[in-house]
Design a protein around this ligand. Structure first.
Ligand code: ARG
Ligand code: ZN
Length: 873
């Protein structure tokens, strides 16, 4: 049953053109597919034709216009087999009947608040018609859609609109033609009563492109930011990667029910409405930034994903890692590069390092899967992007650019592999990238430890570096990786010294490990320099150094690498918090060291020079960050207590500076979502949160006033987030006010749900259960579930990990209940158990029992079965 990379074979039958004729109906949609089939020259001659299906009902079937006799084929819901297909090109006509209304999986053709829409990646097209539903079968599609005009006045498909017309009985139709051969996962159609906003873009070679964003009526006013982000993405991709758009129209459709963030269907992107709709009063700065990034991401897929697609699903990172890399670069150019890097590393560590350290670890390019939907992971996406950064550092920006240009040229129109991609960089750089390829093959986060030695007499400074990679599921033995480490050596004045090897040669600021141990000696250091290493997070590793607290505080102040200034402060805080958590566990306490308080005070003092950066510096490591650092026998309550004590100490020691800062950051003009203004709000809100940590009534009252006075969602939600962390009437008043104000807007109430799910108090589980059974809560909508249940399980460590195990039981119960309706989202929620083995024994036992209960449930979907089996393995 598992699919293996090593077993890849070309399809025996490929497809050149597809003509789909879809008659939309809520419960009985008719799909006629005319598929031009050719035996693949490299396939098995004379093999039966086998097409994929999923939940399909066949109505009729013919070959070259002649109905096939029953003994000539077999059609099950999962498969269509034609025993003796012609040994030449032929036309297959397939009629199927599907029920979009009953499609609760949200894969294939389904309805979201009355709108017909599709999601075909990875294997949803087979829920529409029988097809070789694999990414290496590329065909030219024409889609005719017809529907009742009242039910679906808008009919959209991939490519360019070629015909529309009226039919009898109030019906109408539209025909769309996409000239670019594509795999079935990029197919899309939409039918419904939607409003749209329109704009235009002229490509650099003069193509006039119509841009449209389709939304529910009444939401047109919330699309401007997304439209602007789209135009900036299109321009940027031309300028930076030389990628131009290739159709006459580009459409985005926002839907309320969507399993993931968005989907890059050719010319017809379909989005979770959360990542399209934004106004100052409805969206936070973070929402604006996410919208910008996801609009860009999906648009960038037009080249990296669509024009160059994947040979098979093992190559998923080929399009996703690269496209994440591209959207990260876009954001870095639009906003602050350092702040973006910090945000990306935070996400990488919290989502991917934790995955890599647990039972769900897998390589960036997996070699085996049971359910591909479970591989749309932080490892494939975020580590996939990170590995491309490693490559860029290794071969240098210039060779990297040459290699990428070569890839875009050479493989345009191909279904490619990671090997194809890397070969372009090997060629461009003249380097052997065999060892580099281990980043794709070996799972787990490399551990790198650095010991330094200063010899004052010789004036040398030596780094002894070791790397190791722990065993991960399916990989007990590991080979050493190639790990580029950007470094600097700071003199007493805080300035970078030249990097001279022991024979006096000056070297560039990167050392590369390629063996288990390495020694690097630098000369010209009569006094001990301070090492700044893995600058810019040049490699996605877990780093241990012998830097002392004083060194970290020094780096936090002086490092010329902004990322490492942030990292130094994080390391300083993390080291203290891991010790303090251990102290709490053994019933003791460990007061915050002055050096940490002073480093924070220093960061605060210079914070107005770069508020967005300072906001990151002043944000303490999360409970999950600390848990990851501790690694085993994790006690979430102890971590929470240690972290809370530090926040209180900071509030007390920095109180006046924090209030002063908040006053000085008060806005002087009306809200604008730009990065500079957002940075000022971020800093003010971080300061507000810290200040309130002392918990005194007066300060909380001030936060409540800020909440009521806020004229934008960022400040309103930030204040609410502070209030919900503190028991009392301010909290309940603010929650009620917010609910009343946004009662009719589920997307906004999601924020309200998430905040409540995150309250670190024993009553939260009951609160979450109560919220779930409110009449307005649509327990089948992925956004509602993620906001309430997902936030509870992944953003509330003390309550999800309740010592009585009820948090685990709750999640298990939700997953089991949801699995029959939406396995993909159920499997994703279950992923919250990914670190269960790192827990202390009592909680570990409770988590295991909950997982076992899921495992023993009859009729689990392949999605949940796969996650639960791997989690327990
Ligand atoms: N390709 C989409 C994106 O990156 C993700 C779609 C995944 N959908 C799924 N059902 N697995 O942006
Ligand atoms: Zn993507």
């Amino acid at each position: 049953q598992p699919v293996r990379l090593s077993e890849y074979r070309v399809a025996n039958h490929s497809v050149t053109t597809v003509a789909l004729d879809v008659a939309l109906d809520p419960t009985a949609t008719r799909v006629n597919a005319r598929i031009d089939v050719v035996p693949h020259p490299q396939g098995v001659a004379g093999a039966p034709l086998v097409f994929d299906g999923d939940d399909l009902v066949l109505v009729s079937l013919s070959v070259d216009g002649v109905a096939l006799p029953p003994e000539g084929f077999e059609a099950t819901p999962e498969r269509l087999t034609i025993f003796n297909p012609p040994a030449r090109a032929f036309a297959l006509e397939i009629e199927t009947r599907i029920n979009p209304e009953a499609n609760t999986q949200l894969m294939g053709l389904y309805r979201s608040s009355g709108t017909f829409c599709t999601q075909c990646e990875a294997e949803g097209f087979r829920r529409i018609t029988y097809f070789p539903d694999r990414p290496d079968v590329l065909a030219v599609y024409t889609t005719r859609i017809e529907a009742d005009r009242a039910l679906a006045p808008v009919l959209l498909g991939n490519g360019n609109l070629v015909e529309t017309g009226d039919l009898e009985d109030n019906r109408h139709f539209a025909v769309w033609h996409d000239p670019h051969p594509k795999p079935s996962y990029l197919f899309a159609l939409v039918g419904g009563d939607l409003a749209h906003v329109e704009d235009h873009f002229t490509t650099r070679s003069g193509r006039e492109v119509v841009l449209r964003i389709y939304v529910e009526h009444g939401k047109e006013g919330r699309c401007a930011y997304a439209m602007d982000a789209l135009k900036r993405s299109m321009r940027w991709d031309e300028e930076v990667f030389g990628c131009e758009y290739d159709l006459d129209i580009f459409m985005i459709v926002a839907v309320g029910d969507f399993n993931m963030g968005a989907m890059e269907n050719k010319g017809l992107n379909i989005f979770n409405d959360k990542y399209v709709l934004a106004l100052p009063d409805t969206a936070t700065d973070q929402d604006f930034a996410q919208i910008e990034a996801i609009i860009a991401h999906e648009y960038f897929h037009n080249w990296t994903g669509n024009r160059i697609t994947c040979r098979d699903w093992f190559q998923l990172c080929l399009k996703e890692g690269l496209t994440v890399f591209r959207d990260q670069e876009f954001t870095s150019d639009m906003r602050s590069r350092a702040v973006k890097r910090i945000a990306d590393v935070r996400l990488l560590k919290s989502a991917q390092f934790s995955e890599d350290a647990g039972p769900l670890a897998h390589p960036v390019r997996p070699e085996i899967y049971k359910e591909i939907n479970n591989f749309y992971t932080p490892t494939v996406y975020e580590k996939g992007a990170e590995v491309i950064r490693v490559l860029k550092v290794l071969i240098g920006a210039e060779a990297f650019k040459t290699g990428l240009d070569l890839y875009l040229k050479r493989h345009d129109g191909d279904a490619a592999t990671v090997e194809d991609f890397i070969a372009c960089f090997a060629e461009a750089s003249g380097r052997d990238l065999t060892q580099f390829f281990l980043w794709y093959r070996q799972s787990g986060t490399p551990d790198v430890s650095v010991e330094t030695h200063h010899d004052a007499v010789e004036g040398t400074f030596t780094l002894d570096i070791r790397q190791s990679l722990r065993p991960t599921p399916g990989q007990s033995m590991k080979e050493p990786m190639v790990i580029p480490l950007a470094i600097g050596l700071l003199g007493e004045d805080g300035v970078d010294r030249p990097l001279l090897t022991d024979d006096g040669q000056q070297v560039a600021g990167v050392v590369a490990l390629n063996a288990e141990r390495h020694r690097f000696t630098f000369s010209g250091h009569p006094t001990r320099p301070v090492l700044s290493i893995n600058r810019g997070f040049s490699a996605p590793i877990r780093l241990k150094t012998d830097l002392r607290r004083e060194d970290l505080a020094f780096l936090a102040r002086h490092d010329s690498d902004a990322y490492n200034r942030w990292q130094a402060m994080q390391t300083l805080a993390t080291q203290y918090l891991t010790d303090a958590s251990e102290a709490v566990r053994s019933g003791g306490a460990s007061p915050a060291p002055d050096i940490l308080l002073e480093a924070m005070r220093a960061a605060l003092a210079g914070s107005e020079q770069d508020p967005a950066f300072a906001a990151q510096v002043l944000t303490l490591p999360s409970e999950a960050d600390i848990a990851r650092e501790i690694g085993t026998n994790v006690d979430p309550s102890a971590i929470f207590a240690a972290r809370r004590a530090l926040r209180t100490a900071l509030a007390q020691s920095l109180g006046d500076s924090l209030s002063g800062l908040i006053e000085r950051l008060a806005p002087t003009s009306s809200y604008s979502p730009d990065a500079i203004s957002a940075g000022r709000r971020a800093l003010a809100n971080v300061a507000l949160d810290l200040l309130a940590a002392a918990g005194d009534a007066e300060r909380l009252a001030a936060v409540a006033r800020r909440f009521h006075a806020a004229d934008n969602m960022t400040d309103r939600l930030a204040a609410l987030a502070v209030l919900v962390q503190h028991q009392g009437s301010d909290r309940e008043d603010a929650l009620a006010t917010f609910e009343e104000r946004f009662r009719t807007d589920p997307l906004i109430l999601d924020k309200w749900l998430a905040l409540q799910a995150g309250i670190p108090e024993a009553g939260t589980l009951d609160r979450v259960r109560a919220l779930m059974s409110r009449p307005g809560f649509h327990a089948t909508n992925p956004n509602r579930l993620r906001s309430l249940v997902g936030s509870f399980a992944s953003l509330n460590p003390t309550q999800f990990n309740r010592i009585d195990g009820q948090g685990y039981d709750f999640l298990a119960e939700v997953v089991i209940g949801l699995d029959t309706r939406n396995p993909q989202v159920a499997a994703r929620l279950l992923g919250a158990f990914k670190s269960w083995r790192a827990l202390e024994p009592a909680r570990r036992a409770k988590a295991e029992a909950a997982l076992k209960r899921v495992s023993e449930t009859d009729g689990l979907s392949p999605d949940v079965r796969d996650i639960v089996d791997r989690s327990l393995a």
